[in-house]
Ligand binder design. Structure first.
Ligand code: HAM
Length: 430
């Protein structure tokens, strides 16, 4: 039976895994210096964690993998990380420790979306949440972490978009303005927008179907309905970005695809052609109500999540990540009648940290040398019947093209001394 990976999912093959690990290492180092600690929450949660009262987002209403087993409680594969992290923050009273709690997470998320380049049904996110304080400085610090990370990876074509959704009063003012603004054209918009108009008119600005409708061009700006407090908050965020010399654009219609945001929202997008229509590398913002929603204290939080697949597409397109092929330090060539001697030799090499590949089938010497070349092994150990009988090893050093035979007991010392030299050594050239 021929079975392929399910639509919107894919295998990460060994060559790619090496790239993933490189990126994961960079992420973890960044989180360490910014003081973020990892949290691992379950991949599935009670549906109630994600499906909150009156949520108008597409993610919650159309894209969740929700099911119940034996007709019992509904569970959902996590479509994002924030809600689970906040559930955990409240459940384990993480707010009782020093605030803000600075948490990072990494792992697969699931959304039933139409798959395309940079958009899968199972995808990986790295995210951070800074919870327990409300301060424009925290917003800036969070944006700065993500921005510096993608910059340090070498991505060049990136743009930071920021906006504010303001406090409750600002958003209520804005909803009223939007209702008024769209009232004569709402019937021309898609059926989802007609629902959004009733439920949460802010979502109209995020519609993928109607974004070219003429009414979207001159849509009233959120900036006009902000309270003084929200204006001041946003200005402080912008000053912080200026101080760190993070270039940004104010994007008045950026509302983000999730319902929990308040005040600052942001997205970092790529302008590289390889990103296609899925250009957002990471996005996030502040949420004032989520902790309370889970029966926690009135704590605000801010965070973002970054799509790892999108990061990889761009890193490859910009030539930051290249396939280097499989490497080993030593390749062990085996001739006839050597018994278990190569196993002993390879085991000693590996025990001393040498990445070792060994020939295990009957093959010509020429074919084995070709394999050693493919593994880019700087040292080749050749073992035949006489080496076995005399308990010696024949080592070819491909860096300086020399060959020596030494007792097995001296193998590691000999390789260690070879490793201290390279093709640039004056002594090796003589
Ligand atoms: P989001 O904008 O839904 O935000 O997702 C964040 C990032 O995840 C996107 O910018 C994108 O890189 C990646 N992503 C989303 N959906 C897909 C997909 N189907 N395939 C591939 N990559 C995808 C959140 O998830 C919020 N929880 C972010 C946040 C954290 N806000 C506050 N804290």
């Amino acid at each position: 039976m021929k079975v392929q990976s399910a639509r919107g999912t894919y295998d990460i093959l060994p060559t790619d895994c090496a790239h993933w690990q490189t990126i994961e290492d960079q992420i973890r180092n960044f989180c360490l210096v910014y003081g973020y600690e990892e949290i691992r929450t379950p991949i599935f949660e009670d549906t109630a964690v994600f499906k909150r009262e009156n949520d108008s987002s597409d993610m919650v209403n159309k894209e969740m993998y929700s099911f119940s087993i034996n007709g019992k409680d509904s569970i959902t594969l996590r479509p994002e990380g924030t809600a689970g992290v906040i559930r955990s923050y409240v459940q384990h009273k993480l707010y009782a420790s020093e605030l803000p709690a600075k948490l990072m997470y990494y792992g697969p998320m699931f959304r039933y979306e139409r798959p395309q380049k940079g958009r899968q049904r199972q995808f990986y996110q790295f995210g951070i949440e800074n919870i327990g304080v409300k301060s424009p400085t925290a917003d800036v610090e969070v944006i700065a972490l993500g921005y510096s990370l993608v910059k340090s990876m070498g991505l060049s074509n990136i743009k930071v978009l920021v906006n504010t959704l303001g406090d409750d009063e600002s958003r209520n003012n804005y909803r009223t303005c939007l209702k008024e603004y769209f009232k004569d054209v709402v019937h021309e918009l898609c059926s989802d927008c007609q629902r959004r108009y009733q439920q949460n008119p802010l979502r109209l600005l995020d519609c993928k179907v109607d974004h070219d409708h003429p009414s979207m061009k001159n849509v009233v700006s959120m900036q006009d309905t902000l309270t003084d407090a929200s204006k001041e908050y946003f200005n402080e965020v912008l000053s912080g970005l200026d101080a760190l010399e993070i270039p940004y654009e104010i994007a008045p219609s950026l509302v983000r695809g999730l319902d929990y945001y308040t005040e600052t929202v942001f997205e970092v997008v790529s302008t590289h052609e390889a990103s296609g229509s899925q250009s957002t590398i990471f996005g996030g913002g502040r949420y004032d109500k989520l902790v309370e929603y889970f029966d926690g204290p009135q704590h605000s939080g801010v965070g973002f999540a970054m799509g790892i697949e999108r990061l990889l597409i761009l890193a490859k397109a910009e030539g930051i990540i290249t396939d280097e092929g499989k490497r080993s330090d030593v390749y062990v060539i085996t001739l006839d009648n050597v018994g278990s001697y190569p196993l002993e030799v390879a085991t000693a090499l590996r025990a001393n940290g040498y990445i070792t590949e060994m020939n295990v089938v009957k093959r010509s010497m020429k074919a084995q040398f070709k394999s050693a070349e493919r593994y880019q092994a700087p040292f080749i150990v050749i073992l035949g019947e006489s080496e076995k009988n005399e308990r010696v090893v024949n080592i070819k050093n491909t860096i300086n093209q020399t060959q020596v035979t030494v007792p097995f007991a001296d193998l590691i010392d000999t390789l260690d001394s070879f490793s201290e030299h390279d093709e640039h050594c004056e002594c090796c050239k003589e």
